[in-house]
Design a protein around this ligand. Sequence first.
Ligand code: XMP
Length: 511
Amino acid sequence: MEEKILVLDFGGQYNQLIARRVREQHVYAEIKPYNKITPDQIKKEGYKGIIFTGGPNSVYDASSPHYDPKILELGIPILGICYGVQLMAYMAGGEICKAREGSEYGKAVLHTFDDKLFKDVPEESVCWMSHTDYVKIPPKDFLITAYTANCPCAAMCDEERNLYGVQFHPEVTHTEYGKQILHNFLFDICALKGEWRMEDFARRTIEKYKKELSGKKVLLALSGGVDSSVAAVLIGKAIGDDLTCVFVDHGLLRKNEGDFVESTFKEKFGMNIIRVNAEERFLKKLSGVTEPEKKRKIIGEEFIRVFEDEAKKLGKINVLVQGTIYPDVIESGLGDSAVIKSHHNVGGLPDVIAFDEIVEPLRELFKDEVREVGTKLGIPHELVWRQPFPGPGLAVRVIGEISRPKLDILREADAIFREEIAAAGLEKMTNQYFAVLAGIRSVGVMGDARTYGYTIALRAVTTDDFMTAEWTKLPYDVLERSSNRITNEVKGVSRVVYDITSKPPATVEWE
Ligand code: XMP
């Protein structure tokens, strides 16, 4: 039987991160809500280890998630993290209390004793704490194996029964030896081999949906972005022609992008893809509109209308597939944050199309894992490593009113800039780079004649999460070559500038 770990979810914020850290060590991890699986089922499923996650509660709250103490008797190694260790201690008869300072949050110096879980971890290292309660008195048969200044029992174990717990978070990178600690749990304590690979995720997902979706009519909105592309290929491999991908080309894509997306899925993967050429429809709606939010709204709504029209032609749809990935799940949870820009994606689709079920095959994966799956599936590098591209496309990069000639100028300038970055081998130096057609014209001179052309702004940013970003210090010669080529090769441009604003105060896109 394939080795797997159960991540038993008690509602903590790092649960997916824990699963990801386990996968990084080549062990398959399944996350299950604590109330959706019993000790008997755990045994039957053949899990080789269990991780109790953190959670926002206190074990003494009447409503806090508890678990059947029989789980401690299954003989399967357990690692409790944060609330998980408190629950383990509580179930086994220990005592929990509130932290002295109210709560402990941030980095702390961890002192460890000699213990299997801390093999190759120095006696003193940095760990990440985020808790209010802590274990005051460990249960009988448990030893304290680590402490910090504010937490007398930062780790405990009952080596005999393979029960381990840590108050800090080994899954976050601030815990210096977190990876080693998880490694020790997986390989020394659970005695796993670590043979799982991303190919296994793809295989497992394809098999799962082959069974679940067979005979159903399935629809996916393909944008050409990494997530929807990977979701499309996975489901396409599972159910072939029962999947229809609708690719709405709004005429706001980059140079050759629409053709590339269409040919990749049609020719390389032989998939059933409908490309809707809706440029005219979009440009008509956008005519005379200059206000950025209005542009975004129009495009978002029109996108849904076009998709809806297409879906209607297909008749009854059973399943809608979406390329939601884990960070989208987190972001959509933060419902209260202010709207800086109304981001457009296919999130509005479920409201307008009648279907029975949504399937999100990538829901548990992080972006880099999605890329890895995409690569394993043979999706071209250009798509798998495609930089983020906003749903409203070039409409938010042509400042002010949009027109086909302006879009064409921008497409050419943008293609040159991207070519120059690629030629200089800088694609990995910067996380997103593109051209913008600024809404101003300026005077230039060419030959002996006066010109009065558009200004192209080049933008490149360095960022981890796109929430904040720095402008990338691109080498001058790359900027110079791009500028020379754009002004020489693209008719209608008389000036090129480089955007040296970080986010905040600017945003990445100009609109
Ligand atoms: P901003 O301009 O908000 O951009 O700093 C942050 C990141 O989000 C991308 N972006 C979008 N992505 N739909 C998307 O899917 C959108 O409407 C949208 N607007 C901006 C932007 O390209 C950058 O990567």
